[in-house]
Design a binder for this molecule. Structure first.
Ligand SMILES: *Cc1c(COP(=O)(O)O)cnc(C)c1O
Ligand SMILES: [Zn+2]
Length: 418
């Protein structure tokens, strides 16, 4: 039901461990035989499994296992990932200028980022084929996710990371799960170059160039649709770094439509930080991605040479969507607004709301559009950033109150409420 092929030239891969096409060097991707899938069975299974006690059934990834590459049950390594909420965001909607908005909060995953939905599949596959060591390049979240799942699977995990430029909370989390954290000079792009040169037959490379990651992450589209009675929104807006997630969500929505789970797909809007926007530039110029040296405080999307840009471009085009970039100060403000909705997220995630605001202002998204912003990581992923923000003079900054008479202070607050 699923075949692994080259995402560009369609060739079948020569050997089972390959991450790139032997013929043309491009990334591999799974093709699902949609005609062989019965939407009623998928939908019915998903509904029944949500009430089951089997850990695979409670996972928002594995309850859609008929749409995933087959993996033996005893190799499946799950932490009940993927089953995340869709939460309405009235303050975010007002900020962006739309009537209504919902957040798909992928930060509500076991290690607090969307990487878990892909990692459970990549590590389960690695375990099934007997891999002993998992390796990734990371700006923090892939490392934390790999470390947790590798720990569960009894594998050794090695994260290659520009540790001084990323959130210390993510590094600490990765160390906690027992991974080896190897610091590199340079940035994420340098780290990924090192990892891509490894032999995938000896170590499991679990970056999003691994097609099993993409299969897991595509289930976020199903989890989103499931909570909307399989009715797609007009737009889904998400941040883009290495562009694996944009590829995955686009694939998930397309498959949901081909199978007959949903009657249409949403338009995808991919948002980059202005200092790390090679995909946005290529989209506007109409050519190929030209790598840049990336700079943004949204460290999860500080990526200058996105590996999955061709897949992502195909998905954005197929959806009738768009790509744009937003400056860091707009990301910071949007992040604070998402916090005021009682939701919160890490900086990179807020590029979605900042991007939506620009799309509405430009007239590309209408005020009455039905929009979902994807939040990719939890607010606690980067508390150093939040502390700096609230100690600044930024518009939404919320400084710590010191040296006041508490009774008076509370009285004044009560007066403002009445
Ligand atoms: C990994 C990550 C991204 C970027 O996702 P890509 O698949 O690399 O485009 C965005 N936000 C957060 C929080 C991430 O961890
Ligand atoms: Zn090829």
């Amino acid at each position: 039901m699923m075949t692994l092929r080259c995402s560009v030239c369609d060739a079948l891969p020569g050997d089972a461990d390959a991450l790139a096409c032997a013929a043309c060097g491009e990334l591999l991707a799974f093709a699902l035989d949609c005609a062989a899938v019965d939407a009623y069975v998928v939908e019915g299974n998903a509904r029944l499994r949500r009430a089951s006690a089997d850990p695979r059934d409670r996972s928002g990834v594995w309850r859609f296992r008929e749409l995933l590459p087959p993996i033996a049950e005893d190799a499946i390594t799950t932490l009940r990932e993927g089953d995340v909420p869709l939460i309405d965001g009235p303050r975010g909607a007002a900020h962006a200028g739309v009537d209504r908005l919902a957040y798909l909060h992928l930060g509500m995953n076991p290690t607090a980022s969307f990487k878990d939905a892909g990692m459970t599949v990549a590590i389960s596959h690695a375990r099934e084929r007997g891999a002993q060591v998992a390796v990734c390049a990371s700006t923090g979240n892939t490392a934390a996710s790999m470390a947790a799942y590798a720990a569960r699977a009894g594998m050794t995990a090695v994260a290659i990371a520009p540790v001084d430029g990323i959130s210390p909370a993510k590094v600490a989390q990765t160390l906690d799960y027992g991974a080896h954290v190897v610091a590199v000079d340079g940035d994420f792009d340098d780290a990924l170059r090192v990892v891509r040169a490894l032999d995938p037959a000896t170590v499991a490379v679990v970056n999003s160039i691994n097609p099993y990651r993409i299969e897991g992450q595509k289930t976020a589209a199903f989890v989103l649709l499931e909570q909307r009675r399989w009715l797609a929104p007009d737009w889904v807006v998400l941040p883009g770094g290495n562009l694996g997630n944009a590829s995955a969500l686009g694939k998930g929505f397309r498959e949901a439509r081909s199978i007959g789970l949903a009657i249409r797909v949403p338009r995808l809007a991919v948002v980059q930080a202005s200092g790390a926007a090679p995909f946005a530039h290529a989209w506007i110029a109409g050519g190929d991605v030209v790598p840049v040296r990336a700079q943004t405080d949204a460290s999860a999307i500080r990526i200058g040479a996105p590996a999955s840009w061709k897949k992502a471009r195909a998905e954005v085009r197929a959806s009738g969507g768009t790509v744009l970039d937003v400056p860091d100060d707009e990301i910071a403000e949007a992040r604070a607004v998402i916090g005021r909705d009682g939701v919160g997220c890490e900086p990179a995630s807020a590029a979605s709301l900042a991007g939506l605001r620009r799309l509405v202002a430009a007239g590309s998204v209408s005020r009455d559009a039905d929009v979902v912003c994807v939040l990719t990581g939890h607010v606690l992923k980067d508390t150093a950033y939040a502390e700096r923000y609230h100690a600044s003079s930024a518009p939404q900054a919320n400084a710590i109150v010191r040296g006041v008479d508490l009774a008076r202070y509370l009285n004044a607050l009560l007066l403002t409420r009445t």
